[in-house]
Write a protein that binds this ligand. Structure first.
Ligand SMILES: O=C(O)C1=N[C@H](C(=O)O)C[C@H](O)C1
Length: 293
């Protein structure tokens, strides 16, 4: 089980490679994951936004988790495995959280319940119930996707729940992390808004869950490690060198640009996504072509 103090560094959210018939391409996933594991990353996130959680079934998630655990065992790597279990329904979130625990997850990622637009009290209870399952919970605030904003005071209360070990903050600005730090929050906050990673480190983030770190992984690690070592000049310069790529990866909905780049580099076989996601535009392709690892 993941502890608060272990929730730091660069956690990479994995993609779900598909075949042309939209089935999961497990062989490609294996190749892609082995490459990722050759880097010194701090953790993996399965079934995040980057994995296309809305269109991947729970049975498929379970298969991906089993394969990932096997590859971790085979390579002797001991990396924390975080599984996304949050939905907009508290009961199904609890069920998935229980199943994630059975699958051997070290923690679960629970997104703010989207679509229903619950009250702040409802959001708090949602996290209380998820945490009551007994596996560590990382709260995930991503208002651009959920359509609802968790108030700083509610988030403070969520982070005070026993069993909630930290926050992935994809709110898109520094207000939430600053308010939480000012209120004395001691639980780790990880950046989930790639373009703001360096600034969030400066505001107290303990690392990031960053889709872009699937590419130029060593450079992302370098930003984090240099920052931790006090070499902010190096961290900032390396991050600046990553910024144009990050900008393009989020020009269209994540993970479609990322999958296109991974396929281009031969790390997965195809950039296929499941509808309603569609492939990237010709214009973005042309711009991404300019990037080489
Ligand atoms: O899958 C994730 O975890 C992430 N999703 C975010 C998003 O697509 O909104 C981006 C972040 O890099 C990680």
């Amino acid at each position: 089980m993941l502890t608060e103090s272990q929730l730091q560094g660069i956690y990479v959210p994995v993609v779900t490679p598909f075949l042309a018939n939209e089935e999961i391409d497990f062989a490609a996933y294996e190749r892609y994951l082995m490459n990722l594991l050759s880097h010194d990353i701090d953790g993996l996130v399965i079934n995040g936004t980057t994995a296309e959680a809305p269109t991947v079934t729970w049975d498929e998630v379970a298969e991906i988790v089993r394969l990932t655990s096997k590859l971790l065992r085979d390579t002797g790597k001991q990396l924390p495995l975080v599984i996304g279990t949050g939905t907009n329904d508290t009961r199904s979130t609890i069920m998935r959280t229980e199943q994630a625990a059975q699958l051997g997850a070290d923690a679960v990622l629970v997104v703010t319940p989207y679509y229903s637009r619950p009250s702040q009290a409802g959001i708090l209870q949602h996290f209380e119930r998820a945490a009551s399952v007994g596996i560590p919970v990382i709260a995930y605030e991503v208002p651009a996707r959920t359509g609802i904003r968790v108030e700083a005071d509610t988030m403070r209360k969520i982070l005070e729940i026993d069993g909630v070990i930290g926050l992935k903050d994809s709110s898109g600005d520094l207000r939430l992390i600053r308010q939480l730090m000012e209120s004395g929050c001691s639980k780790p906050i990880l950046c989930g808004e790639d373009a703001g990673f360096y600034e969030m480190l400066g505001s107290g983030a303990k690392g990031g869950i960053l889709a872009s770190a699937n590419l130029r992984t060593s450079d992302f690690m370098d930003v984090y490690r240099a920052y931790q070592a006090g070499d902010t000049a190096r961290a900032e310069a390396t991050f600046q060198s990553l910024s144009p790529l990050i900008g393009l990866l989020f020009k269209e909905s994540n993970p479609t640009p990322l999958k296109w780049m991974l396929a281009r580099q031969g790390l997965i076989n195809s950039d296929a996504v499941r509808l309603p996601m569609t492939g990237i535009s010709e214009g973005l392709r042309a711009r991404l072509c300019g990037f080489h690892e």
